[in-house]
Design a protein around this ligand. Structure first.
Ligand code: A3P
Length: 324
């Protein structure tokens, strides 16, 4: 089967029967315009591409799953809403991140079951909207690109991504269990949700080089190494830079602390309860928080597996300038 990216056009035949399929995960995956999706997600994406109405001041947080979406949502929410929801001072104890799951503060434009949940919910959000997506760049609703909506893209070292993905799938799979060997082989073949992972990264990488004011390209490991520096960069890109007074008052450090894995994962709203966010798959709130360690793949992958994935990634990214 082909993994070649084909830009999705309006006139293309979107009936699922015309796309290649592959078994292995908990359900059949379809290769929808170069992107592996569940059949439900493919239906949802098709509808979102046709009907979602972007606004020029929308900000889109784009991630490959398990690359730190929850963290990026928390950080971006805290940064962009800090005038109405201060992170320091008397009102800091009322911050929405203390009582809402980060996943609920930044809605996704496409969910696997978006076709069952009307897009009008997104229309009702006042501008400027903070939205998220797992779609590869070539599958974004075309108007998002035409309008030049700003996009923050976050990716992660692929070996850590496959390990995080494997743990997550088995945790939320409702009885579905896949050996790491099998999950790894699918991932290395490019067959993982919203994959191939390399095409996902490359699409946004190329765009970020062509249009650095439109696409900010971030890496999880770099953010872990210097969260405060990245929070400042994020604020500048989102056109809400921190003032010197804010920096002196510790606002940047407090955003980092509020959104840290340790802080968020220990809050009751994130550590307990089960919620069906996507309509059809209830998940434990805690499933978005596991270890948050750079290089955790060493505890799961063999040296041989690591070399194999490294070689595939190096080959796919060759000449792009992108490395992990
Ligand atoms: P691990 O499975 O390696 O622990 P996503 O939010 O895209 O689903 O990504 C989940 C990954 O991000 C998990 O990685 C999770 O532990 C980690 N994560 C969640 N919250 C985080 C935070 N506040 N800071 C850093 N990493 C976080």
């Amino acid at each position: 089967e082909s993994n070649v990216l084909v830009p999705a056009g309006e006139e293309e035949d979107d009936s699922l029967a015309s796309f290649p399929t592959r078994e292995g995960w908990w359900t059949t995956f379809v290769l929808y315009h170069g992107c592996w999706l569940t059949p439900q997600a493919a239906t949802s994406v098709s509808l979102v591409r046709a009907q979602f109405a972007p606004r020029p001041d929308d900000v889109l947080l784009a991630t490959y799953p398990k690359c730190g979406t929850t963290w990026l949502k928390a950080l971006s929410f805290a940064v962009t809403n800090r005038s109405s929801h201060p992170v320091v001072g008397a009102c800091a104890g009322d911050h929405p991140l203390l009582t809402s799951h980060p996943q609920d503060l930044v809605p996704s434009i496409e969910t696997p079951f978006r076709h069952l949940h009307p897009l009008s919910a997104l229309d009702a959000i006042p501008s400027p909207r903070l939205l998220s997506t797992h779609l590869p760049h070539q599958l974004l609703p075309p108007r998002i690109v035409e309008l030049g909506c700003r996009i923050v893209y976050l990716c992660r070292e692929p070996k850590d991504v496959v390990v995080s993905t494997w743990h997550f799938m088995n945790k939320v799979g409702n009885g579905f269990f896949l050996d790491l060997d099998e999950a790894f082989e699918l991932f290395v073949d490019g067959c993982s949700l919203y994959g191939p992972v390399w095409d996902h990264c490359l699409g946004y990488w190329k765009k970020s080089i062509q249009e650095p004011d439109t696409v900010l390209f971030l890496k999880y490991d770099d953010m872990m190494a210097d969260p405060a520096g990245h929070v400042k960069k994020l604020a500048e890109f989102l056109r809400v830079p921190f003032t010197d007074d804010e920096v002196r008052a510790g606002v940047v450090d407090e955003v980092v602390r509020l959104c840290s894995f340790e802080r968020l994962s220990s809050l009751p709203v994130n550590s307990s309860g089960v919620v069906d966010r996507i309509g059809g798959r209830p998940m434990e709130n805690s499933s978005y928080f596991r270890k948050a360690k750079v290089g955790d793949w060493k505890n799961n992958l063999t040296e041989e597996m690591a070399q194999k994935l490294d070689a595939v990634i190096a080959e796919k990214l060759k000449g792009s300038g992108l490395t992990f």
